[in-house]
Design a protein around this ligand. Structure first.
Ligand code: ATP
Ligand code: MG
Length: 443
């Protein structure tokens, strides 16, 4: 070993074989659930032009202002191999092009929707994604620099019943993952018709309180006063507790829409609380805003956030298209499951172990194990020529339920015995009878 062991970058994690089943289970349950609700999977690249996030996440957000990982292609080798290569000019051109690792899932899906003209199909487009995301944040429990999001987007309709469907996908998923104490909080944050009146009322309320609010809230007051209601700072929260509520300022259209969402949630059996403090800070967010909050998480209690964004597709250059969706943090989801004590046990991986006595018998073992693997039996064989005693010990320690020994006698006679380790039951088979062996193991 060299002196220096290279470690993973800060704010990243390794998902080791012992825990990866939790991830695959969370992902496959999400896929199944989304498909039951009529959503189809979409995959987009891990990096995009930076300007997509400037426009599609918003220049006033924390993400765009300080959390983005922008990518610069390596110039090290090119400087050596290309005598005319000018690394500074190259960097300048890259800065103009500007690539960024995706900090969230929605903007890339909107970009793909517009670029591939998915809207041309007409009707409602229902998409879901599971993706790594990257944000340069201060790492802490439930907050990483490389993490994963799962989400859905429903595009092409303003119908409140689709808001309720999107919310219910998340609710049924969280329920099936066994997170008992999650609360769904919903709100309506209005539209460009009613929000300006509300903004004015909110600003009038906040203005005298500015000296008591944090620096960030002072900045938010000027750029987007709604965001002040989203401050995580306890003293700011206390100051704004009695702030005017958007719900009291909704225009008729927004008010009818919100009633429609609630009525459909009731019908779908999705329990919710109306919480006027739930806001999505960007201008293109409209009407419905929601969060799922889990009691079993600490400070980072929001496991899922979403809402309606009727202005977003247009914002990134597409045709005006209404939409609604959510994003869910997988690390937070798994943390909530862990804290709730509903962790799934890892399933036994190996089903069959083929022991080999003597190097001459390796090919016979190789032939049989390949036939077993083709039948889907999770199998392993001895490669290192250990004694049969050591091989038995190994199979025992691993808890492998079935074993076969292949030695000279088995190879010459063409007959083997499959042994069930649990009770010592043995059954004889021909070396070629992989189907018979498989049936015995699966019985
Ligand atoms: P937060 O309030 O935690 O800062 P956010 O408003 O930045 O969340 P969104 O951009 O709405 O979060 O992302 C959706 C979900 O992704 C969050 O609810 C959370 O579960 C997860 N998430 C966001 N940032 C991180 C991160 N740095 N590490 C792990 N999960 C994250
Ligand atoms: Mg954040």
């Amino acid at each position: 070993m060299s002196d220096e062991i290279i470690v993973k970058p800060r704010g990243t994690t390794d998902i080791l074989p012992d825990e990866v089943h939790r991830w695959t289970n969370a992902e496959s349950t999400f896929r199944r659930n989304c498909e039951a609700f009529g959503f189809e999977e979409i995959r987009t690249p891990y990096f995009e032009y930076t300007k997509l996030f400037d426009r599609g996440v918003g220049e006033t957000t924390d993400i765009v202002q300080k959390e983005m990982f922008s990518v610069v292609p390596s110039v090290k080798m090119r400087s050596i191999y290309e005598p005319d290569f000018d690394p500074e000019a190259f960097k300048r051109s890259q800065a103009k092009e500007g690539l960024t690792l995706k900090p969230e899932g929605t903007a890339p899906v909107m970009r793909a929707y517009v670029e591939n003209k998915l809207y041309a199909q007409g009707g409602i487009t229902k998409l879901f994604y599971i993706t790594p995301c990257f944000r340069h944040e201060r790492p802490q429990a439930g907050r990483l620099r490389a993490f994963h999001q799962m989400g859905v987007e429903a595009l092409g309709t303003t119908s409140p019943t689709v808001d309720a469907e999107v919310i219910t996908v998340a609710a049924t998923y969280l329920e099936s993952m066994g997170i008992p104490k999650t609360t769904l909080k919903i709100n309506s944050i209005g539209c460009p018709t009613c929000r300006p009146t509300y903004h004015a009322a909110l600003k009038a309320y906040l203005e005298p309180k500015l000296p008591k609010l944090c620096d960030l809230c002072n900045e938010r007051f000027h750029k987007n006063p709604l965001r002040v209601l989203d401050c995580k700072n306890d003293s700011c929260r206390a100051e704004v507790a009695d702030a005017p509520k958007m719900l009291d300022y909704l225009c008729e259209e927004c008010s009818t829409h919100f009633d429609g969402v609630k009525r459909m949630l009731d019908a779908m059996g999705t329990a919710y609380e109306v919480d006027p403090g739930i806001v999505r800070g960007l201008d293109y967010y409209t009407k419905t805003a929601f969060e799922f909050v889990s009691e079993s998480l600490g400070a980072q209690s929001t496991v899922c956030g979403g809402g309606r964004y009727d202005g977003l597709v247009e914002q990134i250059g597409g045709p005006s298209t209404p939409g609604v969706g959510f994003g869910m943090g997988m690390e937070r989801l798994l943390l909530a499951i862990e804290n709730a004590g509903t962790l799934q046990e890892k399933a036994q991986m190996m089903q069959l172990y083929i022991m080999v006595r003597g190097e001459d018998n390796l090919p016979a073992a190789g032939k049989l194990i390949t036939a077993m693997r083709r039948l889907g039996i999770r199998s392993e064989m001895e490669h290192d020529g250990r004694s049969i005693k050591a091989q038995f010990k190994y199979a025992n320690k691993r808890g492998i339920p079935y074993v076969i020994v292949i030695g000279d006698e088995e190879r010459e006679s063409g007959n083997i015995v499959v042994k069930r380790m649990e009770d010592g039951t043995e059954s004889a088979f021909s070396l070629d009878d992989s189907i018979g062996i498989s049936d015995f193991i699966l019985k």
